[in-house]
Design a binder for this molecule. Structure first.
Ligand code: LLP
Length: 456
């Protein structure tokens, strides 16, 4: 029963991104099953999966086609290694990924999480320049408040102090430039007509340092974990141009934005950009199993070809790389994308979501509403006129999320930003119900003084 499970969870589990002291004092949510876009806990209560189980669920849960794909693959084999050999679903999936990826990406290197796909991109970029006879190109450029995962290389190109500062001595140094955060633009009073003033930083950095820079890593179109910060249209294209001009590899981290999340198959597609390396994970398996991939152009791939003695091999690989069950469900997932015209459908439904979100601006605390497709961030402020922030100790985002949970939807905030990322397959009726809960949760906490449970 709930009590026993709760006690055991406190005895044995150490949860990610969780202050366990708060967890111990709390009554943790324990999920047992799901149906469609709703999760069910062990007490039988149901909740909309309002953040797609940390941004990865696509068609909902227990999708018959996806369940079936795994069962069918189980009848053949669950896993064999990809080191020096191949397997059927890994090959077929690579072909399908390349089909939908931005034109020019030609090769798929598998791994098992967003963070590992980033590690791989970093190592590939670093080694690429050695093979190209420019070993002095060793540094990376990242963007302020970037998040690329929690392993040491990914943290080295991360730039969110609360997650990353504790490890600073462990990390390699990266150059940082601003992400265009137009709501709080440090550069221009008029972000809409500034002509991308913050690009000047990038240009001057690359002009001065390109000789020592291997790659520039970017969360294209939406910077996720920093609070769903959206790039103005056309900005990514300018970054691509600058990278090309200065002979710096462009790595796009599409772990969060990939597979339809922003209303295009990939965020890069909005600006017609092809990066040199691209990281994908999360939505690749529809939210079922941990498969990730780093995609590369032939230009990058070819630099690693050579005789055995030349030692140009990319010496990297994980035990579960190319896992058959994961690849089989990813294949079924991509087939559903195609059969259901899901990307166009998301683009369509996001128009409806945008209309519904307009009403949120009348809430006193809603400072900024940012949306790209089904990636939505609502920034709550103490004072709309001055954009004064809530103190982090007020945990305003957390309180709103807790209230939403009481009202029947699971949310997970980013500081004062309420994050809403419904599964892409949500129907308009389901979206409407979720948006009603979202509205009420914000209103209850910031205007009606409703108290919500516990600490955490
Ligand atoms: N890259 C990007 C752009 C991501 O958004 C993420 C995860 C990763 C890489 C890492 O992928 P993974 O290794 O987890 O498969 N920590 C925040 C939420 C982060 C959202 C997940 N993004 C939180 O505490 O809510």
């Amino acid at each position: 029963d709930y009590q026993t499970l709760s006690e055991k969870s406190k005895q044995y589990l150490w949860n990610p991104f969780t202050q366990m002291k708060g967890y111990h004092e709390d009554q943790p949510l324990i999920i047992e099953s799901a149906e469609g876009v709703k999760l069910r806990d062990v007490t039988g209560r149901e909740y909309y999966d309002g953040v797609s189980s940390v941004w990865l669920n696509v068609h909902g849960h227990r999708v018959p086609e996806l369940d079936e794909a795994i069962k069918e693959q189980l009848g053949k084999i669950a896993h064999s290694t990809l080191l020096g050999m191949a397997n059927v679903p890994a090959i077929e999936l690579a072909e399908q990924i390349i089909r939908v990826a931005p034109q020019g990406l030609q090769k798929v290197f598998y791994s098992d999480s967003g963070a590992t796909s980033v590690e791989i991109a970093i190592k590939m970029a670093f080694q690429y320049w050695q093979h190209k006879g420019k070993p002095e190109k060793q540094s990376f450029v990242t963007m302020n408040n970037a998040y690329h995962g929690d392993t040491i290389g990914a943290v080295s190109v991360g730039a969110i102090d609360i997650y990353h500062k504790a490890y600073s001595k462990l990390l390699f140094r990266s150059y940082r430039v601003d992400y265009p955060y137009c709501y709080r633009c440090p550069v221009s009073q008029e972000p809409s007509s500034c002509g991308f003033a913050c690009l000047e930083q990038v240009e001057s950095l690359l002009t001065e340092k390109a000789g020592e820079i291997a790659a520039f890593i970017i969360e294209p179109v939406v910077q996720g974990a920093s609070g769903i910060i959206t790039m103005p249209s056309g900005f990514l294209k300018e970054l691509r141009k600058l990278c090309t001009e200065h002979d710096v590899l462009m790595i796009c981290d599409e772990v969060a934005t990939g597979f339809g999340r922003t209303g295009a198959m990939f965020a890069c597609d909005h600006d017609g950009v092809t990066p040199d390396l691209m990281c994908v994970a999360k939505g690749l398996t529809g939210g079922y199993l941990p498969v990730a991939a780093t995609l590369a152009t032939d230009e990058v791939y070819n630099a690693f070809l050579g005789s055995y003695e030349e030692k140009k091999t990319f010496f990297h690989g994980h035990s579960y790389t190319g896992n058959q069950l994961g690849c089989a469900v990813a294949l079924a997932n991509l087939k559903l994308f195609h059969d259901r015209g899901l990307v166009a459908d998301v683009a369509d439904k996001s128009g409806h979501v945008a209309e519904r979100l307009e009403a949120f601006s009348s809430l006193k605390s809603v400072g900024d509403i940012r949306q790209r497709g089904f990636m939505i961030g609502i920034e709550l402020v103490k004072d709309k006129a001055t954009k004064e922030e809530y103190d982090w100790q007020e945990k305003i985002g957390l309180l709103v999320s807790r209230r939403a949970c009481e009202l029947g939807m699971i949310l997970r905030p980013l500081g004062n930003v309420v994050v809403f990322m419904p599964p892409l397959g949500s129907t308009v009726a389901e979206l409407d119900e979720m948006i009603d809960i979202l509205y009420k949760a914000i209103e209850d906490i910031t205007e009606k003084g409703v108290k919500t449970r516990g600490e955490g």
